[in-house]
Design a protein around this ligand. Structure first.
Ligand code: KMH
Ligand code: ZN
Length: 271
């Protein structure tokens, strides 16, 4: 079994300060949070950014500033979001890719997302894949439903993405695939040979999904993007507190944590 990669999803586009007072928002706050998560055992940072008034934005300059602030503090793989927020155009969402981060997300289809629709039309998938390829950015395929794995493989058949492939199962979004062991196992069985996977359980599903990933040989994503609570009725103090708990579980289960360089090797990211 490979070492465990913990991804810290620090900010997201939906979580607000009103819901989680410790949500990092400014570039400096996000960089502080990334550093604390690295110290706690994370090797990847899934990155969204916000405007000064806390609204989600895909502004390239805001990403540039935030990435520089993270780089000043620590070495961690930076994975920019190309999902952005529901309703953003493809042009808007793609902005941070030209900064040539090590990784970016690539959502592999359209899905109901609470009361909204997260639109990812077939033509957009191809465009996102082309753009990532052009800038030498490794994709992480975001999988909200089983059929999205087939969409990722179809990009492969068209020569738009190259192995090794890394998939992230986002489970427990209202309107999409539930976060149960059965659904997770089903998804892992659909992956092509040699692919790696992580799981992001939404809300109360974050902890059990992360624990399952540790046991099954997958990788785990935690953080305020997906869950703001430490336990029922108790807000988490920080993103790092959520990372530290998964790191403790992994140690107890004898699954060592990957450093950023080890994660680069596992994910096929050139150093
Ligand atoms: N905010 C969601 C609509 C990603 O980062 O690539 C999309 C999302 C996925 O967060
Ligand atoms: Zn995201």
């Amino acid at each position: 079994m490979e070492k465990l990669i913990i991804t810290a999803a620090l900010v997201g586009a939906e979580t607000t300060r009103a819901q989680q007072p410790n949500l990092p928002v400014t570039p400096e706050e996000i960089a502080e949070a990334a550093h604390a998560c690295r110290e706690a055992g994370a090797s990847v940072c899934h990155l969204h950014v916000r405007t000064d008034d806390g609204m989600p934005t895909q502004d390239r300059e805001r990403f540039r500033e935030t990435i520089a602030a993270i780089r000043r503090r620590c070495d961690i793989i930076i994975q920019v979001s190309t999902g952005g927020a529901v309703g953003m155009s493809a042009d808007e969402r793609l902005q941070p890719v030209s900064l040539r981060p090590e990784m970016a997300t690539l959502t592999c289809g359209t899905v109901n997302f609470g009361d909204a629709v997260f639109l990812n039309a077939p033509g957009d998938l191809e465009r996102f894949a082309r753009e990532l390829k052009a800038y030498g950015v490794r994709p992480e395929f975001e999988i909200f439903e089983a059929g999205m794995i087939q969409n990722a493989l179809s990009l492969w058949r068209k020569g738009l993405v190259e192995p090794p492939f890394h998939f992230d199962f986002v489970l427990g979004v209202p309107g999409a695939m539930p976060a149960t062991p059965k659904h997770l196992l089903f998804l892992t069985e659909l992956l092509p040979e040699g692919a790696t996977w992580s799981v992001a359980g939404i809300g109360r599903h974050q902890l059990p999904m992360a624990a399952l990933a540790v046991i099954l040989g997958g990788h785990a994503r935690v953080g305020f993007e997906d869950n703001i609570f430490y336990r029922k009725g108790e807000l988490a103090e920080s993103n790092a507190q959520l990372v530290a708990r998964v790191a403790r579980i992994a140690r107890e289960l004898d699954r060592p944590l990957a450093t950023p360089d080890e994660a680069r090797r596992i994910l096929g990211i050139p150093r």
